[in-house]
Ligand binder design. Structure first.
Ligand code: DAH
Length: 352
């Protein structure tokens, strides 16, 4: 009798343990269902009452052990299942993924492109890795010319071997977008209204320089192009990009590839060109009310010749400036460190 009862208890235990694991009932209900007085174990308890004293003790101990095992199975399962079934409000709005935006420099490139498109200038692309010829020599800077020193150039050990002159073989990471000038002329389509925006590289990295930055090159070649056209081109851009109240001026300068050459300044947006702040203090962003924007000039006849354009028939202007600087000038931000632009710091970038 007691042997068969012991076997029944073990079988029931196996069965109830399985049920405990798979059941979705909450803990209290399951305990009463599997271990309560009306459960199979409850019925067995009643049978035990009819056994002899010795058997009662033996089978009673077994029953208690089995009940404990089933209880443990219930408790284990309940901790797991409550985690799974934790209640949540399905009508709560989800967390929106953060929405990104274009990098400030990309925004500036798009703005600049759109502004010049409106007066018939087309954005073109020229190589950012180019020969010394296009970056320097064709721009009236023969090998060893001291003017080259201004551009802290990365030269590449190039695998190109041909019979051309050394400067046509030597490869550089373009230190300015002016390499596009002669390349554009070589296309042979006159008149030319070009904007070339590209990455440039210089061996410089400090608070006001990054080794990779962007430049913008405007070039117009046609018959009878004069400094008046250049000034009109600059004024148009300055008012469109920075605002109608901003003024520009040309300051005589020297570049090998233009004659005459100028630096372009615009009035400061912080002090409105007065160099004095509304609170009476000195403006720290500009020099005497002016900010330096670009380099420019009338294209040197040698450069036109190098591009196959006859300087006795055609003339043109060219202008080049840094996109990062221009974007900063618009937002009126004086960055403590221009390298921040490319450090992928979201807290910084999200401001623009
Ligand atoms: N390429 C010059 C620079 O990187 C800027 C420049 C000056 C471009 C005069 C021009 C120009 O087209 O006419 O500093």
């Amino acid at each position: 009798m007691s042997d068969s009862l012991a076997a029944t208890i073990k079988r029931v235990k196996e069965k109830l343990t399985k049920e405990a694991v798979s059941s979705l009932l909450d803990e209290a209900l399951l305990v009463s269902k599997l271990l309560g007085p009306k459960s199979e174990f409850g019925n067995i308890s009643k049978e035990i009452a009819t056994l002899s004293k010795d058997e009662k003790q033996q089978i009673g101990t077994l029953l208690n052990e089995c009940k404990r095992e089933v209880l443990q199975a219930i408790q284990k399962r309940t901790t797991k299942n409550t985690e799974k079934e934790e209640w949540f409000d399905v009508s709560t709005p989800g967390q929106r993924p953060p929405i990104g935006h274009l990098h400030i420099v990309t925004q500036a490139i798009t703005d600049i492109t759109r502004i010049f498109e409106r007066i018939g200038f087309t954005r073109v692309r020229h190589p950012e890795i180019d020969t010394d010829w296009y970056a320097f020599e064709s721009l009236n800077m023969p090998p060893d010319h001291p003017a080259r020193d201004e551009w802290e150039t990365f030269f590449i050990q190039s695998p190109i071997t041909n019979n051309q002159s050394p400067t046509k073989r030597k490869i550089v990471l373009t230190p300015h977008t002016s390499n596009g000038q002669v390349r554009e002329m070589e296309k042979g389509n006159l008149p030319i209204r070009m904007i070339n925006i590209a990455k440039c590289y210089r061996r410089q990295s400090d608070i006001s320089h990054v080794p990779m930055f962007h430049q913008f090159e405007g070039m117009y070649i046609d018959k009878n192009v004069s400094i008046g056209h250049l000034k009109g081109f600059i004024d148009y851009f300055v008012k469109q990009y920075f605002g109608p109240e901003r003024k520009s001026r040309l300051r005589p300068f020297h570049f090998q590839f233009t004659e005459p050459s100028f630096e372009v300044d615009i009035t400061c947006g912080i002090c409105n060109g007065t160099s004095i702040l509304p609170n009476g203090g000195d403006c720290k962003l500009c020099k005497g009310g002016w900010l330096e924007l670009a380099g420019s000039g009338m294209i040197h006849p040698n450069v036109l010749k190098n591009g196959g354009v006859d300087p006795s028939k055609y003339s043109g202007f060219a202008i080049g400036w840094g996109v990062e600087r221009t974007a900063m000038m618009k937002s009126g931000t004086k960055l403590d460190d221009i390298r921040l632009l490319y450090s992928n710091d979201l807290q910084f970038l999200e401001q623009f």
